[in-house]
Write a protein that binds this ligand. Sequence first.
Ligand SMILES: *Cc1c(COP(=O)(O)O)cnc(C)c1O
Length: 412
Amino acid sequence: MDYFEKFTTKLVQEIGSKDGAISPIIANSASFGYGNSQNGEDIFAGVSTKFMYARSGNPTATKLETILSHIDNGEGALATASGMAAITAATMSLLKSGDEVISIGGLFGGTYSFFSETLARFGIKTHFFDVDDFEDIENSINDNTKIIFLESVGNPNMRLPDFGKISDIANRNNIALIVDNTLTPLSITPLNLGADIVVYSTTKIVTGNASALGGAVIFRSLHDNSDKFLTNRYKELDPFIKKSFKNALIINAKKRAMRDFGLASNAFTSYLTLLGLETLPLRVQRVVKSVEKIVYELDKAGFKINHPSLINHPQHKRYKEQFQNGCGMLFTIDFGSKQRAFEVLDKLKLIFITANVGDSRTLALHMDSTIYSDFTQKEKKFLGITPGLVRVSVGLENPDDIIKDFLQASNV
Ligand SMILES: *Cc1c(COP(=O)(O)O)cnc(C)c1O
């Protein structure tokens, strides 16, 4: 787990300032003075990196962006108002009416509705696939395909993608690969595995304590003259490529999405996110270990558990080979029926019932009656939502306490 160790040092050092206030400064201003007219012109032309107006960024967000970009080996990042704002920024900065998206895995309920309902209203079509539908994925690519969107872990189906195979499809066909890495920060580094853009809901484990709704998009730099973003498919990027080759994706997203859709984060959210980020390596490491212990014990006690660390899981081999740093904080239990799921959930003493994930506290939720309640039977089947399905997000408590809580609650 070298990556965790590396960032244990780096994050606390980078977030704290050795000169002046150690805790990050909250730059709570909606606008910024330019000093003189020439500065104003330079700021608007992008020649000066001084701040323009908080919709285009603020100093606290910049600090967060720099560090998040560093973690993911990116060229730059944008802090957004939420995870959905990050997904909106990443996708809407590249898409136009008539384009198509390939969405693989999961899928987080909000993301699924965004693709299936909202983008559809704007004439953008999304094809959905399971993580291992390699042939169908490749066959669905056409001239209008702009984005392959992938979740690092299926939520809540717990299926794991083969990053190598999917990024190979994206790169051979010159299609942008966007990975939602919300559930596996530090455990998985998508840009190192062939992705172009990474999105996060920092609301979850990055902040980790339910104090701030936020998100982030991390971009790679453009490589060289053979870069996929120089192909005709992405010709709308041309003006930004001419302006700043390496940063083209970031400038494009800033202008075409952050500025025009108004997706920016605020300084206080960035501050709270930085505070959480400081301890991220410690928390991820602990949670990944706890999940493995909890699912092992509950599986042994007869619970119907879905988690790839269990040897009977169809993707156990992939978990061992490609997810050495774990696959996040989630697992699911199928209680067989809604009634039984409610019965057990309502008897839990420690565990919080809520739709969030990645919190310091262990959280659980019945899927079919909440997030997926207005989905069709066909959609539920695709997403693996069964009547008794409960998703659990493991927190920082002693794992033995969590195991005991489930055992006592199910003993009705
Ligand atoms: C929560 C979540 C989102 C959306 O994030 P918000 O901050 O709630 O907007 C997107 N993707 C995944 C995987 C999530 O868990």
